[in-house]
Ligand binder design. Structure first.
Ligand code: MV4
Length: 586
């Protein structure tokens, strides 16, 4: 059994892995960037080593620095979590060559699944049907047109090395095939450095159902049940559950057995997830994720198994601790991702200091967090603050338990996705299980969503007129009274409150709230990826002026008036603060 494990990650997943290590008596080693010197995963670990740097590339993806820590700390295993190195076959090979155990699948399996064309071929070898489509790369637009005429429009052009919806284009007719192909290739080249693409029939209202599989080095492979991850926005999952609503036991078993066949066809070992699209009672192989996933917790809740412990046992060479027929799934689990995003402003990233974090508890509630009160959610890393998971005997009871837990959760100082979760969990379509991958974006009215960060600091940062909540008693009955004050009235206390934890940047006049002025300001702290205009250029309302990246998401910042670009005050690569004036239009 492994004795000392380096967790090459940060945030909630690093803490999650360490918790199991502690239970198993394994020593934990954390690594950290300059910004994470005092982060929760560092405080939690038995030992912690600096990587230096701020951005992910400078720190958590700095191979030399991590290899140095592996050496210095004398670890015998590395757990990559998700993201970062988790699907990097070269890194897995490098540490394996140094005699260190990779807690993940064989690099060959990562490579096969990393190329979506070879993944489709592997599924095919395992006798599992992918979405109807091609097993070869597109050679010319004629391939696209011929395929569309044969299976019917729309069709999807997908990048072989793509993922997360990037490099995917939906084509509705022969006339638009060429431009879609060009744009898919351009996007794939820009994001993944490879432009190969293949074709699939585009399913118009699929559900995203994925199967958790596990395989050991002794030839055993099992499936642990499914997760429905259909509630997504811009390819970001928001709510996950197990089991999937309305799925028959026969279909579930057929999907599970298909997933195991895919795993066996690639010589798979350790934890993996086979993603499928499910529509009209049919399921199709989509792709396989060769890592532990964010949403593994709902599987843990219904199976009462510790998937991280199982990963470590398998990496240590032990056989799976259970056989397929011993796996019992009970009840229903739901997970919501608590992201630092402002639901009321198009899910705009909301980095900053968490001035208060009070997590729910009570029966059937689990919190997997990466932060505590006083911690800073940096714009340089992803926006996942924590995951709230509930279990109950059936779906509707679990849904009500989640609504109860969301009510108990208090996060102050940053905005979160809590209002969106409350809307989803209480929506009749979700309650009825009538949701697909396009439901949230196309059918749910998100316009009534409000911001949730109740602190005066966060409210004034956005230029919101809403202010603080104060308890009052009227004839012995207690009420929470919310003050609606004119913009700017809270500026003084806000600065004071924020100063306790963070140094607020000097703020420009309140144009960031969409006042329609000529100053183009940063709506949140971030890094400028690209300036799209030049001085002297005429622009119109709504035209993209620049691209600002925060928390791994690119945000287009638009002009609020027609006019001419008078001044550009920022350059590509600059880090800017909320409210900073970046471009002046007059
Ligand atoms: C599809 C599809 C419909 N038909 N493929 C998006 C991300 C990538 N992993 C696969 N995706 C999709 N592929 C075919 N042939 C619809 C999606 C899709 C989607 C899939 C899962 C979860 C959410 C989604 C949201 C939009 C589109």
């Amino acid at each position: 059994m492994l004795q000392k494990i380096l967790i090459a990650n940060r945030g909630e997943i690093a803490v999650r892995v360490m918790r199991t290590c502690r239970e198993l008596g394994i020593t934990t080693v954390a690594v950290y960037s300059d910004l994470d010197r005092d982060a929760l995963h560092v405080r939690y670990a038995d030992e912690a080593y600096a990587l230096g740097g701020q951005t992910a590339a400078e720190s958590y993806l700095n191979t030399e620095a991590i290899l140095g820590v592996i050496e210095q700390a004398g670890v015998d295993g590395v757990h990559p979590g998700y993201g970062f190195y988790s699907e990097n076959a070269d890194f897995a090979r490098t540490i394996t060559e140094r005699g260190v155990t990779w807690i993940g699948p064989p690099p060959e399996a990562i490579d096969v699944m990393g190329d979506k064309i070879s993944a489709r071929k592997a599924a095919d070898r395992g006798g599992v049907a992918g979405v109807p489509g091609t097993l070869e790369e597109i050679k010319s637009v004629d391939d696209v047109i011929a395929f569309g005429e044969q299976v019917g429009w729309p069709v999807a052009i997908k990048a072989a090395y793509g993922g997360g919806g990037k490099g995917m284009k939906v084509v509705h007719d022969a006339a638009s095939a060429q431009s879609a192909l060009d744009s898919a290739a351009r996007e794939a080249q820009a994001y993944f450095g490879r432009s190969e693409a293949y074709l699939e029939k585009y399913l118009t209202r699929p559900r995203h159902i994925e199967i958790q599989v596990f395989a050991d080095t002794h030839g055993n492979a099992v499936w642990l049940g499914e997760r429905d991850c259909s509630v997504q926005r811009r390819h970001q999952k928001l709510v996950e559950e197990s089991p999937a609503a309305g799925l028959s036991e026969d279909t579930r078993r057929a999907m599970g057995e298909a997933a195991v066949q895919v795993a066996k066809a690639t010589g798979y070992v350790n934890a993996g997830t086979v993603e499928m699209l499910y529509q009209d009672g049919e399921f199709y192989f989509l792709e396989m994720n060769t890592r532990l996933q964010v949403e593994h917790c709902v599987t843990e809740m219904v199976t009462q198994l510790d998937l991280v412990a199982e990963q470590i046992r398998i990496a240590s060479g032990e056989p799976l601790s259970f056989a397929q027929e011993e796996i019992v799934r009970r009840g229903h689990a739901i997970e919501v991702r608590i992201n630092a995003e402002n639901s009321a402003k198009g899910f705009l990233p909301s980095p900053g200091v968490i001035t208060e974090l009070h997590v729910p508890s009570g029966p059937g509630v689990r919190w997997d967090g990466g932060y505590e009160t006083g911690d800073n959610v940096s714009q340089y890393y992803d926006n996942l603050v924590g995951k709230l998971i509930v279990w109950h005997s059936d779906r509707d009871a679990a849904r009500h338990r989640m609504l109860r837990a969301l009510q108990e959760l208090r996060v102050q100082g940053i905005h979160t996705t809590v209002p969106a979760h409350e809307l989803v969990l209480s929506h009749p379509d979700f309650a009825a299980g009538n949701h697909s991958t396009r439901w949230l974006e196309e059918e749910v009215d998100l316009s009534g969503l409000t911001s949730d960060a109740g602190t005066t600091a966060a409210a004034s940062e956005d230029g919101d007129a809403a202010g603080m909540v104060v308890p009052v008693e009227v004839n012995g009955r207690r009420f929470d009274v919310k003050f609606y004050l004119p913009e700017g009235a809270l500026a003084a206390p806000a600065a004071g409150a924020a100063a306790k934890k963070a140094k607020p940047r000097p703020r420009a006049a309140a144009t960031s709230g969409g006042s329609g002025g000529g100053d183009v300001t940063a709506p949140m702290q971030g890094t400028i990826v690209k300036l799209l205009v030049e001085v002297g250029q005429t622009v119109t309302v709504g035209e993209s002026i620049l691209v600002l990246e925060a928390m791994k998401m690119e945000n287009h910042i638009a002009a609020e008036i027609d006019g001419t670009v008078k001044e550009i005050r920022a350059a590509s690569g600059d880090t800017v603060g909320a409210g900073d004036v970046l471009v002046v239009i007059g």
